[in-house]
Write a protein that binds this ligand. Sequence first.
Ligand SMILES: CSC[C@@H](O)[C@@H](O)C(=O)COP(=O)(O)O
Length: 325
Amino acid sequence: MTLQAIKYENGTLEVLDQLLLPKESKYIPILGVEDGWKVINKMQVRGAPAIAIVGCLSLAVEISKEEFEKKKALRREVEGKLNYLISARPTAVNMKQAADHLISYINSLDNDESVSAQEMQARFVAAIEAMLEKDISDNRSIGEFGAKAVLNNVTDGEQVRILTHCNTGSLATAYFGTALGVVRCLHSASRLENCYFTETRPYNQGARLTAYELVHDKIPSTLVCDSTVAYLMKTAQINAVVVGADRVAANGDTANKIGTYQIAVVARHHEVPFYVAAPLTSIDFNVNTGDNIVIEERPQVEMTHINNIRIASPGNIFFFFLIIN
Ligand SMILES: CSC[C@@H](O)[C@@H](O)C(=O)COP(=O)(O)O
């Protein structure tokens, strides 16, 4: 059975509610942009590439239902709604890149006098639908390149131990994944001894989602506490750390799930190669360095509660770790 977090067919969209996983597999119908914005903002769908795909597909669903007599009206609606979707989660750049690309595409269709309003609508929806296929083929390439890069540092035939953080698999993308795609490729080449993955507080994308995917694919793996990473590197002979990215600045600085930085520092200390596996759509050439990446601030309840049960002592505490991306 294939793990399918995004189900789209002929203008109908459903997404797997990732907040309920692994306890429950429930799909949420997305009837338009407002629903798309909500599932992204509430993190029912998450992972930078999946955010962009679901955001854009929610727009495809909405405009497929409408009739446009004037091309300008379609262009205006598309532009406004894409800009709105970007605001759902600011750090992941993929939605912004997709919006820029689609806005310039719709402008070119608008300027082309041989294209009717109906044709413009159909072509625009087809361009969004193509994003799904493109993401899957990009992920497979990332997986292959990444596996090769990791294996370049080890002797012929040696099996490797990988550490990853957060969830970067089928649930975070259209399918296959970025960093987890590298793990999948190493496993199918019979070169993976074990994939260690962090629980990834506060939202436990590792414990809930990466665990779910690795068990599903029968990939040898071990869940570790976030605070185990330094000890693991000292004792478990990790061959490489592979993580995803929410946004990569022009100089290579990378923003990813909170905790990624400390893993990178520890990897450097232990001389373990550290790889960021990401598609070109995660690179933001408009931002020179990581200092200029807008970091998302999440509600403190995501840290103080698990499944609506308070785990932090109540009181007037200043919660420093509000920033989780
Ligand atoms: C292929 S997913 C890339 C990143 O988005 C991923 O590494 C990550 O940190 C996801 O964080 P999330 O906050 O769950 O959206």
